[in-house]
Design a protein around this ligand. Structure first.
Ligand SMILES: [Zn+2]
Length: 704
């Protein structure tokens, strides 16, 4: 996951006329690497002044562009827009870490207060008629402006963005729209703080109930219980994915599995002060009303304008093309589990809290392979070295740890200097915030505090990866599951992408939502290559590499469990899309979820990966709303790209890697992404690669 793109990082249009207050958040970043965020000097009480000053300064910058008496040109309108708001972007980069990684009640209050104000400030720009008139004039005359193709794309995208965001509405409609946007911002903040509160809860367990659970997970749960002053000999299972899934996979106690499962899937859905259902209803209604105001049939249609898929129908078509095979595979998986469950005295159905447990037993029986067997070889520091090595082999990137030499926002954060091995030039700093803790949101994500842009002279990228692995007790190794290791590589893939982006205009540095998950998903593939496993999957006690027989078993089991994984994901993506296709937006989330899952034929043994009351992708901002399908859309390109490596010399084929870097990564969004793909692959992506990878039947036919 990546956060919504910031408005971009830019330089001042002209020297600010107003003296800058003495506030660290408002200063240029100083120190090494063209300046780094001054985490060590940041205090929450500095934000109100910083936000207000930076918003006002940005407003002055845009007023100067909008009210320029000279006729509009690319150089006096579009370029200064690209440079505007730099100070505000720096403040927001720091505040984003406060809300995501270091949240406290004080930060949440600040977020609730300032989110709507920041939204209003953005609307003031987008809805400014003088500014839009200049952009529109340029757009209408763009063929005669002598623009490069990249400048033409920037102008076109800027124009389309303004139109999409309401630049053509009447003044009354603009007032309405801005009010809706501000209400939505407040609701997103409220959703976040409620979900965070529910994820701060835990399930208590006895030693007997923890039977079957691996030692490192027990140790972490025991430490969590001590932190909460629970009686000795009890365990606390945090209500986050990394803590919950090992218990669901290994705990022999069915009642414990059920308790842990219920706590996890009911986050935000407990009819108490943290319940999010009412918030979600309001968000969905406001989104539908806003889409209607903007002239779109639904929120999904509006959101999907700037995507590769282009409209909800194409996304639905892809999802429904995969769904039946995935459901069919779940039926087989359940059939395989039933005899094992019966042996444990389970007469009735496999329940959702049984699925992972028996899936693990089937894997053991069929492939003689257990998560338990893999984990001792998946030591976090080694895998981190493995992902750096991979980036070195493919893209000549070199990572040198420099923890302690740049300020960090938490003592657990480690940092690396990133350089280009071909030139020796420093290209970035990589920040890694590994562990779950109170006040950090769940899941995993990547951000940049600063991106590369030639226009602004920003060359050294500041990129971060954020995970939620369980912190071990002192002196213990961090052993992570296969799933967590894939997440580690996934987020690193986002970082590699943004470290290699090489564009002129900041607004063309990002990527569309359904493209941005493509480089990150490609990166996951390298984890299970022999080259990486042999070197970096080393036993945490003996240092021995993973035995060949175990590697072979992992390879053989690669498509195992794809029914579960695909249905868990796709059900969430389908519910998201259908929810945001409703033109009225009047929904009861609980009822909608139940009805939609029944309609699509959700297997009763399973639950969505993210139920609506906790679906942060959809309700913590607009960015992944009607956009959770993006992972599948991106995976079509990912699987087809991996096939390109396999068809060539293998996972580390340099010719393919160079093309991938040149056409896909470095270009950011400077060229049309479908064309970029064709330039890389010589054709459109072929969806059959995805079906093959997941072990689903492949229909004959052409490429999509
Ligand atoms: Zn991602």
């Amino acid at each position: 996951m990546v956060p919504p793109p910031m408005t971009a990082t830019k330089g001042p249009v002209e020297p600010a006329q107003v003296p800058v207050p003495d506030n660290i958040l408002l200063q240029e970043w100083t120190g090494p690497y063209e300046g780094v965020p001054p985490w060590d000097q940041v205090r929450p009480d500095q934000f109100p002044q910083a936000f207000q000053f930076a918003i006002d300064e940005q407003s002055r910058e845009y007023q100067a562009i909008a009210n320029n008496p000279e006729a509009p040109t690319f150089a006096n309108t579009i370029e200064p827009m690209e440079r505007a708001g730099q100070r505000l972007d720096r403040v927001q980069a720091i505040f984003g870490v406060m809300t995501s990684n270091l949240s406290t009640p004080e930060i949440q209050e600040l977020d609730k207060e300032w989110s709507p104000r920041l939204t209003a400030a953005r609307d003031d720009i987008v809805l400014n008629p003088q500014l839009f008139a200049r952009i529109e004039t340029l757009y209408n005359n763009r063929s005669g402006l002598g623009l490069t193709s990249v400048q033409d794309r920037l102008l076109t995208r800027t124009f389309e963005y303004f139109v999409r965001q309401g630049a053509r509405l009447t003044p009354e409609q603009k007032t309405q729209l801005s009010a809706m946007n501000q209400q939505l911002s407040s609701l997103f903040s409220e959703f976040n703080s409620r979900l965070l509160a529910d994820e701060g809860t835990f399930t208590q367990a006895s030693a007997a109930e923890m039977r079957g659970v691996p030692q490192d997970v027990r140790d972490a749960a025991a430490a969590a219980a001590r932190d909460r002053n629970l009686p000795a000999g009890t365990f606390a299972i945090r209500n986050t994915r990394s803590a919950v899934e090992p218990v669901l996979t290994f705990a022999d106690s069915r009642p414990l599995r059920e308790r842990v499962w219920r706590a996890f899937v009911n986050r935000g859905d407990n009819a108490n002060q943290n319940d999010t259902n009412q918030i979600i209803s309001q968000i969905v209604k406001l989104r539908a009303d806003r889409a209607r105001l903007l002239g779109y049939p639904s929120h999904a249609h509006w959101r999907m304008q700037d995507t590769m898929a282009g409209d909800p129908e194409r996304a639905m078509e892809l999802m429904m093309g995969v769904w039946p095979a995935a459901v069919g595979r779940v039926r087989e998986e359940v059939r395989d589990m039933q005899p094992l469950a019966r042996r444990d005295g389970i007469r009735g159905a496999i329940e959702p809290w049984d699925y992972r447990y028996y899936m693990e037993k089937v894997r053991k029986a069929r492939f003689d392979l257990s998560e338990d067997e893999i984990k001792p070889y998946f030591e976090l520091s080694n895998l981190v070295e493995g992902m750096f090595w991979t980036a070195g082999q493919l893209f000549d990137m070199q990572f040198k740890e420099n923890t302690g030499q740049v300020p960090v926002f938490h003592p657990d954060v480690r940092t690396w200097e990133v350089s280009d091995g071909r030139t020796g030039r420093t290209i970035g700093v990589f920040y890694l915030d590994t562990y779950a803790r109170e006040g950090k949101r769940s899941g995993a994500w990547m951000t940049t505090y600063r991106s590369r842009s030639r226009l602004l002279g920003d060359d050294i990228v500041l990129a971060s990866n954020n995970n939620n692995f369980t912190k071990p007790s002192a002196g213990q190794p961090v052993l992570i599951s296969l799933d967590d290791a894939q997440t580690l590589f996934h987020e690193f893939g986002h970082a590699v992408h943004f470290l290699l982006v090489d564009v002129t205009y900041p607004s063309l540095g990002g990527a569309q939502r359904d493209f941005v998950e493509y480089p990150s998903q490609v990166m996951e593939n390298w984890l299970l290559t022999r080259e990486v496993l042999d070197r970096f999957a080393r036993h945490h006690q003996t240092g021995q590499p993973m035995p060949r027989a175990l590697v072979d078993k992992i390879k053989r089991a690669e498509t195992f469990n794809q029914g579960f994984a695909t249905v868990e994901y796709l059900s969430s993506a389908l519910v998201d899309m259908k929810l945001h296709l409703d033109p009225t937006g009047v929904v009861d989330p609980d009822e909608f979820e139940r009805r939609t899952l029944a309609e699509i034929g959700m297997p009763r043994e399973m639950v969505m990966r993210h139920r609506l009351p906790q679906f942060g992708h959809l309700f913590s901002s607009d960015s992944y709303s009607a956009g959770y399908y993006s992972y599948l859309w991106s995976e079509v390109m990912d699987a087809d790209t991996w096939a390109a490596f396999e068809e060539a010399g293998g996972p580390f084929d340099r010719t393919v890697a160079d093309r991938f870097r040149t056409y896909i990564l470095a270009t950011g969004n400077e060229t049309d992404r479908a064309e970029a793909y064709r330039a890389f692959r010589g054709r459109d992506p072929d969806v059959r690669a995805l079906m093959t990878r997941r072990g689903f039947p492949v229909a004959p036919g052409g490429a999509r």
